[in-house]
Design a protein around this ligand. Structure first.
Ligand code: 13P
Length: 249
């Protein structure tokens, strides 16, 4: 089995003005955060620099999105280089809200992933099915298609990618996938990756789960063999996030 360091990401989405951000930074810096877990938080773009300067260095920082070009006439967007310039090393790409609210497709997400990796960023690449797709037994078709669109763009940079399985029906709904449901998708995805990339990549890539993870359900999810961490939304704004970071202890 691969040596997969547990990874917990906190996606703050479009939440928090400076007083709230200060409060989150305070509980994150106070921890204690397990040194066996890699922790990365993702503030809104405008606060990336602010948060990076105040957070302890053991906590990584991710942008929530970026564009597929290094610079140019793309009003309102940011480049991977700008994220790096703010001393942040990660970007979340393909989040279901980018896909479903902002209409991003597999091709654009693939191009963004390629550009981010080429500029030295690490990528949290998100995939996940909608409720109708799960009910129609299409979960694996959907997540494999989304992942397939990334394979060529990632090339030999899999060491810089974390895959986040976030079933859309579980995001912000309080309806978590059961540990068994999440484990099943993660294990099947790992098998699919072994066939479509290599056994080494499949064993080493971290597949994290996102969707209504909280302090009460994180330990049971973390106990599953193919769940290598979490991408947390709502609960990452609360001190409970520290408990989620330490779920594996
Ligand atoms: P919630 O934890 O609020 O369900 O959000 C999950 C998510 O979308 C993380 O990226």
């Amino acid at each position: 089995m691969g040596d997969r360091t547990f990874f917990v990401g906190g996606n703050w989405k479009m939440n928090g003005l400076k007083p709230k951000i200060d409060e989150i930074i305070q509980f994150l810096n106070a921890g204690p955060l397990s040194d066996k877990t890699e922790v990365v938080v993702s503030p809104p773009t405008i606060y990336l620099d602010y948060a990076r300067q105040k957070l302890n260095s053991n906590i990584g920082v991710a942008a929530q999105n970026c564009y597929k070009a290094e610079s140019g006439a793309f009003t309102g967007d940011i480049s991977p280089g700008m994220i790096k310039d703010c001393s942040c090393d990660w970007v979340i790409l393909g989040h279901s809200e980018r896909r479903n609210v902002f209409g991003e497709n597999d091709e654009l997400i693939g191009d963004k992933t390629k550009c981010a990796l080429a500029n030295g960023l690490n990528v949290i690449a998100c995939i996940g099915e909608q409720l109708e797709e799960r009910e129609a037994n299409q979960t694996m078709d959907v997540v494999c298609k989304q992942t397939k669109a990334l394979i060529e763009k990632i090339g030999d940079n899999w060491g810089k990618v974390v895959l986040a399985y976030e079933p859309v029906w579980a995001i912000g709904t309080g309806k978590t996938a059961s540990p068994e449901q999440a484990q099943e998708v993660h294990a099947d995805l790992r098998k699919w990756l072994a066939k479509n990339t290599s056994e080494t990549i499949a064993q080493n890539v971290r597949i994290i789960y996102g969707g209504s993870v909280n302090a009460a359900n994180c330990k049971d999810l973390a106990a599953k063999g193919d769940i290598d961490g979490f991408l947390v939304g709502g609960a990452s704004l609360k001190p409970d996030f520290v408990k989620i970071v330490n779920a594996k202890e």
